[in-house]
Design a protein. Structure first.
Length: 578
């Protein structure tokens, strides 16, 4: 594409580099090796979370390199930068997890700062690991310049005793060890074989759920999210995605807020429900919506979850991994079934400008194992449910895919934080029939709403995944399963009823009517409320980023966001600048 063609309209980066006053700025640009043609072209930010924080991120520079090639080939001048990432796998079960969800906000904020400061004309995000995906999608929608996303891809599984193994297997073998059903040697052997190469978690956990969401929202190329991280095909897709973004930049269409609509958000929820995806999607989808000023709460999520059938057998609620999904055609297979069944809005746009229906026209038929027909679903409602009741009047979320029973009633066993519960689990001091209540782990009370995957995985490994239940105002990993109710709102720190539960209180979880109930008389609860001592914030919130986060974060049912939403920042042309 010639420079003349790219100059049909004015690009906002010109304010940084055009005219006599900007001669010094052009010196800066030439100091980075740019020539006059490079400087004249639109500038495209290419951000990745490349780094050694996790195996998810170690290969992202290669993907970014091929994105850069596609952009440059199509008449853009790519400008690379990086942002932070936190590995949930490495910060689980200790105080580091307080900062995981916080990192989502920092990722979005840091990208916004670079993009607005340098006035780039487009943005391509390359991320992997749980919080990179929503943080980057939030930034794309907030900035509303032509933008695209590509994930680093899932890891391939290892093999142990001729069976596929991945990180969830390791955690469950730890539980087996506690229950004396395995040995330390077996655990270490599984640990060595579970992650043979770079990539994000191999199952339909949070990272791959969010990668799928990026596809269905139109930001990522269809079929791209399930390509294993180590496959060379991902490089070609990255180059093509860079070229597709450049067309959006030169046409100034579609913009992120053309892609992100109420209909496309409902499509995202349907894809999550159909795959038994991560419960964290119920947190991230409203947060992404907030960036466009769309009020999309857990109530909106719940409606879609309830009406969408479950049509996959993906881990953690089934035996198949995302690499298996890739082999049968990837995410488009799932989306085409949902479209054919009337569960998707086919008129939503994709980055290429095509409608979703047109883009899915040639998607393969389901294989019948990894993905089943929409006419023969695993269940008629999705793999996740939003629960309500006196214990969670603002809502709570459970992944019900794969749960055999529909009702659980038992006495509460209360823990004031994750560490207390983990200590009891490791000591094998958990009894069948108990409802474990872990509180003070919400967005404010945590702070940062830690995920409790260590506890949930150990319980499953111990064989107590469905003989016990867990309720928390914290959140879960995408790998969590069983009778685990999280995201309870209001949280304990916001005077939620979960803060008044005492040991032995009867609690009932009923999936048939989607309720979670504390069976204690109102007058008893009011007495407890009056007698409860004033709660002190944890030491961690005194100073630093956590203090700022606690001061601004909202409830989980609205995405645990830290600003009012619908960000509008006028560009230089709107302000009358030159």
């Amino acid at each position: 594409m010639s420079t003349e063609n790219t100059r049909k309209r004015r690009f906002r980066s010109e304010v940084m580099k055009v005219g006599p006053v900007k001669a010094a700025a052009r010196s800066f640009l030439r100091g980075m090796g740019l020539d006059d043609e490079d400087i004249a072209q639109p500038f495209i930010g290419v951000v990745s979370t490349q780094g050694e924080m996790s195996p998810c991120n170690t290969q992202l520079s290669t993907i970014a390199e091929h994105v850069v090639r596609g952009i440059y080939r199509s008449g853009g001048t790519p400008r690379e930068f990086t942002t932070i990432s936190v590995s949930d796998g490495l910060v689980n079960g200790h105080s580091g997890m307080h900062f995981s969800l916080m990192s989502r906000e920092v990722i979005a904020d840091s990208i916004e700062i670079v993009m607005r400061a340098h006035q780039y004309d487009g943005l391509f995000c390359v991320g992997a690991c749980d919080k990179n995906f929503p943080g980057m999608l939030m930034a794309l929608v907030r900035l509303n310049v032509p933008g695209a996303f590509m994930n680093g891809g899932p890891a391939l599984p290892g093999r142990y005793k001729d069976e596929p193994v991945e990180v969830k297997t390791v955690a469950e073998y730890t539980g087996k060890l506690i229950a004396k059903q395995s040995t330390e040697e077996e655990l270490e052997d599984v640990s060595r074989k579970a992650w043979p190469a770079p990539g994000c978690c191999a199952g339909q956990f949070t990272a791959n759920t969010m990668g799928m969401i990026a596809e269905v929202l139109g930001f990522a190329p269809l079929g791209s999210s399930s390509i294993p991280a180590v496959y060379s095909q991902r490089q070609a897709v990255a180059r093509q995605a860079g070229r597709t973004l450049m067309k959006a930049v030169t046409d100034n269409f579609p913009l992120p807020r053309d892609l992100l609509t109420r209909k496309s958000l409902e499509n995202a929820c349907a894809a999550v429900a159909a795959t038994g995806g991560s419960t964290n999607a119920a947190l991230h989808i409203p947060a992404i919506a907030n960036e466009a000023g769309i009020e999309f709460t857990i109530d909106d999520v719940a409606k879609v979850f309830e009406r969408t059938p479950l049509i996959t057998h993906l881990s953690p609620s089934g035996p198949y991994l995302v690499s298996d999904l890739y082999e049968v055609g990837g995410v488009p297979v799932i989306l085409k079934q949902l479209l054919d069944g009337g569960f998707l809005h086919g008129d939503c746009l994709t980055l290429s400008g095509e409608t979703l229906a047109d883009a899915l026209a040639d998607a393969p038929a389901p294989d019948g194992k990894v993905v089943v027909s929409i006419n023969e679903p695993r269940s008629t409602s999705g793999g996740l449910s939003v629960l309500r009741g006196n214990l969670a009047p603002g809502g709570a979320v459970i992944k019900n895919a794969g749960i055999e029973r529909t009702n659980f009633r038992g006495p509460a066993r209360v823990f004031e934080c994750e560490e207390e519960c983990l200590q009891a689990v490791v000591a094998d001091d958990i009894n069948d029939g108990e409802v474990l209540v872990i509180r003070n782990e919400g967005p404010v009370g945590g702070p940062g709403m830690r995920e409790l995957v260590t506890v949930t995985a150990l319980l499953y490994g111990m064989g107590k995944g469905e003989s016990t239940a867990l309720i928390t105002d914290g959140r879960f990993s995408g790998a969590s399963r069983g009778f685990c109710v999280g995201y309870v709102t209001p949280e304990a720190a916001a005077d939620g009823l979960i803060g008044l539960v005492e040991n032995g209180d009867p609690i009932e979880i009923d999936l048939s009517d989607r309720s979670v109930t504390l069976d204690v008389a109102d007058e008893v609860l009011e007495t407890r409320r009056m007698q409860r001592p004033e709660r002190e914030l944890k030491q961690i919130v005194r100073g630093g980023y956590a203090e700022k986060y606690v001061a601004s974060v909202g409830p989980a049912t609205r995405g645990a966001v830290t600003h009012s939403g619908s960000v509008h920042w006028p560009n230089e042309a709107e302000k009358g600048g030159s």
